[in-house]
Design a protein. Sequence first.
Length: 111
Amino acid sequence: MSKNDFFDKVYKVVRKIPEGKVTSYGAIASYLGAKKSARLVGWAMNASHGDNSIPAHRVVNRIGLLTGKHHFGGTKVMQQLLENEGIVIKANKIQNLENFFWDPRKSLPPV
């Protein structure tokens, strides 16, 4: 599979994350059968900026840190987008992550 094919699969998953929910780079990689490719999912998210059909702000690291925030044209934009969806953030970290976490392996059909 080429990098572009993988990125397209990542974007299809990210577009399905419900409003008010987040997932992690690793959860997406695992769902796509590439468990050790969380970093590649991050690269896909970096490459997605400018495409408003991809809610990249809903992808965070495994402990809920807003690691991609610097890609949103301002240090608080990612946080504001998530807070607008009802997610509580303190010190760049989602509070009570388990309440907002969306696992594609549990929510989507197998790839």
